[in-house]
Design a protein around this ligand. Structure first.
Ligand code: NAD
Length: 493
């Protein structure tokens, strides 16, 4: 179902005004239910990025934003949150239409987007600068916004993830240039009016649409952008790090995952099954923290596989705009083909398909895949090792704690881990041993925005969340003052 008043044309927003690309270039964007183009989008290139960075740099050097008292900035951030809340239904509709995310889940993303701004509004007024004292010396920190921040976001939960970067960057006093993912530019088109209505000064928020290798690459290469916050694939992260190296930019890298959900025989199996299914099939499985490898203790393995498969078969796949839908349409035909290629790889490599694996018969068109469960997945198989980023889960048996840890860590990724056991000492041992940036014991992915967010190994570099985000967007400078007579070695005396 197409929501009303979808704009047929999406433009950049630079220095407080909408603008087409300097060379007039555009690209088409389609929705994942019909795969028919619904809008033409300005295709940004180096010149557009340069205009946006120039506007942001002017807002940094001449504008009021970096110098406003924290309370003033916080007021505007809170108004941005109000603007998001006032449009919550519209944001959810657009997100569902553009990404294929089920509407009930898109609503949660819109609410979290508003919370991101409220949270960083609160944090910025409590931010303090450290001081250090010895008997001889006093040192105090001056914290300054780092400069223009380049924000590059992926197509999964695009509005929420954009705000997760926009809110701390703006809270820290950094003007921004946002480059949203080319497959899902729609919800970002609401940001200009939200920002302007809230009273954000012109040039503090700039938006440039475009293809990653062109617009994104130009942003990364621009010498006047000292910070790049990137969320996306690990391979893209590597390219960006290499491109940023000559400029020695500060980078925050939130990358892919292949997170384990480890279930011991003594766990509350009803809860563990609910969590494992939600963890991998919510957000269409297009979720960086998806628990896409379920590791089950061998004594419960056969029963667990049967129960997971039975539940997966009942998951409602369909029109993302329907209230009852649990899995919607995958974002793009290219991504759909990629996910299907992993299903074929699983079959070819000898994994046992126990649920799904193909298009549901009720959905003859659109990028739909039934909730898919593979059992007997071995660690050498591609479906165990590579991020699929769709509604596909692997189940693998383990024997005892050491085996569980070895299997959990047998991946290049390290974003999240979910541990299910009633033996809490064991749970804490595992939490220390499993290589993951974020671990949940006997629970699913619920976040406290103050906590560090990020991955280890190939899942990322740096942390976002709470003070970590503000540290990233600011420079801490130290000033030293003597408290006693200054004794200097007298060279040449
Ligand atoms: P992607 O890497 O293809 O694209 C992400 C963004 O980078 C897009 O805006 C794209 O246009 C841009 N881009 C592409 N090439 C670029 C280049 N050379 N220079 C600069 N920018 C470039 O990722 P995707 O397919 O959009 O998103 C899915 C991936 O994101 C998955 O791997 C997922 O795990 C990851 N992800 C991670 C987190 C996290 O917090 N760790 C959160 C969400 C998604």
């Amino acid at each position: 179902m197409t929501p009303p008043n979808i704009p047929a044309k999406l433009e950049h927003f630079i220095g407080g005004a909408h603008a087409p690309s300097a060379d007039g270039a555009t690209f088409e964007v389609a929705d994942p239910v019909t795969n028919r183009p619904y809008a033409t989008v300005a295709a940004g290139a180096a010149q557009d990025i340069d205009h946006a960075v120039t506007a942001a740099a002017r807002a940094f050097t001449e504008g009021p934003w970096p110098h406003l008292p924290a309370r003033e900035r916080a007021r505007i951030l809170a108004k941005i949150a109000d603007g998001i809340e006032a449009r919550a239904q519209r944001i959810a509709e657009l997100e569902t239409f553009d990404t294929g995310l089920p509407i009930t889940q898109a609503r949660g993303q819109a609410a979290r987007a508003a919370e991101n701004f409220r949270f960083f509004a609160d944090l910025t007024v409590t931010l303090h600068e450290d001081a250090f004292r010895t008997n001889e010396q006093f040192g105090y920190v001056i914290r300054k916004p780092a400069g223009v921040a380049g924000l590059i976001t992926p197509w999964n939960t695009p509005f929420m993830l954009a705000t997760w970067k926009l809110a701390p960057a703006l809270a820290a006093g950094c003007p921004v240039v946002l480059k949203p993912a080319e497959w899902t530019p729609l919800s970002a088109s609401l940001l200009p009016e939200i920002m302007t209505e809230a009273g954000l000064p012109d040039g503090a928020f700039n938006l440039v649409h475009g293809i990653g290798e062109v617009a994104g690459a130009a942003l990364v290469a621009h010498p006047r952008v000292p910070r790049i916050s990137f969320t996306g694939e690990t391979s893209t992260g590597r390219t960006i790090m290499a491109a940023a190296a000559p400029h020695l930019k500060g980078l925050s890298m939130e990358l892919g995952g292949k997170s384990p959900c480890v279930i011991f025989a003594d766990a509350d199996l009803d809860q563990a099954i609910d969590s494992a299914l939600f963890g991998v099939f919510s957000l269409n499985g297009e979720r960086c923290t998806a628990g896409s490898r379920i590791l089950a203790e061998r004594t419960i393995y056969p029963d667990l596989v049967t129960r997971l498969a039975a539940r997966a078969e009942r998951i409602r796949v369909g029109d993302p705009a329907e209230e009852a839908t649990e899995i919607g349409a995958l974002v793009h035909p290219e991504h759909y083909a990629r996910v299907l290629s992993y299903v074929r790889a699983g079959l070819d490599e000898g994994a046992r398909l126990v649920a799904g694996g193909s298009r549901p018969p009720a959905q003859p068109a659109g990028n739909y895949l039934a909730a898919t469960v593979f059992a007997d997945v071995e660690p050498w198989m591609r479906i165990f090792r590579e991020e699929i980023f769709g509604p596909v889960v692997c189940v693998t048996p383990f024997d005892g704690e050491a085996d569980a840890i070895a299997l959990a860590n047998d991946t290049s990724y390290g974003l999240a881990a979910y541990l299910w056991t009633r033996d809490l000492a064991r749970a804490h041992r595992l939490a220390g041993a499993v290589e993951a940036g974020m671990t949940w014991i006997n629970s699913h992915n619920v976040r406290d925005l103050r906590t560090p967010f990020g991955g280890v190994k190939a899942s990322g570099l740096g942390r976002e969340g709470g003070a970590h985000s503000l540290d990233f967007y600011t420079e801490s400078r130290i000033v030293h003052v003597p408290l006693a007579d200054t004794r200097v070695p007298r060279f040449g005396a």
